[in-house]
Write a protein that binds this ligand. Structure first.
Ligand code: SF4
Length: 310
């Protein structure tokens, strides 16, 4: 690695995990899972980060664009419905190269760009035509929270511009109903007539904006939802997430510096209450939005945080 940026990484791509992932929105996970590739490092420094082992602690291994392209094919063979690039922003040039290599060899699964929403429009323009589905967070419209929790007072304006560019590129969602095999199609299963098929709705193009509801975060969540509803209506999907897991008391989950920062924000040391999440959902209902994903009552927990050992 030569120089290291704010993200903690150099110019070489590093990844911490590549595997089928079931815990995304149903139009992404389908029945066999999304081919998720988690990149090491991050261009934000959220104190509540659930993936601190890779965003802050740097777990991961270096990989070339050629090897990354091979990994796309490997995940397809495993049965992935799509390739889900998680926290990709700081490696955008190498990822573009890998996608171009894969497409040059006939790769045909949709590419999903799963990011924090803190992106420059300039970087996003380099992805035009390569990314099929954008899956950004929209964490805050409250600048004070953006500053306190993510050290990014300009997050609201940056995320608004990024989401507008993403929408310009991919437009309204395209979701298709497909009959797919519940397991990956192997030469053996093809020979004996294949596995049983299931009907599944899968996204092929479009924009899903995620908002993770935080403790004491109802007002901020409602502001984000209002903005998205007024700007895009049902031309995008909104995913309201209830999986905030406080890592404060989990030994080894955070670095000393993160623990110190968290001490000032007692609210982040607990889960979101059912009442808080219900108030956000009621707001969505009041707005009459239809294209919304919500999560089950208790979607938080350490068990949803995977191993990062590649
Ligand atoms: S943007 Fe996501 S991965 Fe990055 S620090 Fe924040 S929570 Fe962690």
């Amino acid at each position: 690695m030569n120089g290291v940026g704010f993200c903690g990484e150099g110019s070489s791509i590093r990844i911490a995990r590549a595997a089928l992932h079931q815990w995304e929105e149903p139009v992404i996970s389908g029945v066999r899972g999304s081919g998720a590739i988690f990149f090491t490092g991050c261009n934000l420094k959220c104190i509540f980060c659930q993936n601190a082992a890779i965003s802050e602690k740097g777990s991961g291994r270096e990989i070339t664009p050629e090897a990354l392209a091979d990994m796309f094919f490997f995940l397809k063979e495993q049965g992935a419905h799509n390739i889900n690039l998680v926290t990709p922003t700081h490696f955008a040039p190498g990822i573009c190269e890998a996608i171009n290599i894969a497409k040059g060899k006939g790769f045909d699964l949709p590419f999903i760009y799963n990011s924090s929403g803190y992106e420059s429009v300039e970087t996003l323009k380099t992805l035009e035509g390569l990314i099929d589905v954008y899956l950004p967070d929209f964490k805050y419209l409250d600048e004070k929270k953006a500053t306190a929790y993510s050290c990014a007072c300009d997050y609201p304006e940056i995320a608004k511009a990024a989401i507008a560019e993403m929408y310009r590129q991919v437009g309204k969602p395209v979701i298709v109903n497909e009959a797919v095999n519940a397991e990956a199609q192997t030469p053996e299963s093809s020979a004996d007539g294949g596995n049983a098929t299931e009907e599944v709705f899968l996204i092929k193009k479009g924009l899903i904006v995620r908002h993770l509801v935080l403790p004491l975060g109802v007002k901020n969540a409602c502001r984000v939802i209002d903005y998205l509803a007024e700007t895009y209506g049902d031309d995008i999907y909104i995913s309201i997430m209830n999986q905030y897991t406080p890592l404060y008391n989990i030994p080894g989950a955070l670095r000393e510096e993160q623990i110190k920062r968290l001490e000032a924000y007692k609210e982040l040391q607990r889960k979101v209450t059912g009442l808080e999440y219900d108030r956000v959902l009621q707001h969505v209902l009041d707005l009459g939005l239809e294209n919304v994903f919500i999560q089950e009552d208790d979607a938080s927990g350490e068990m949803y945080i995977p191993d990062w050992n590649l």
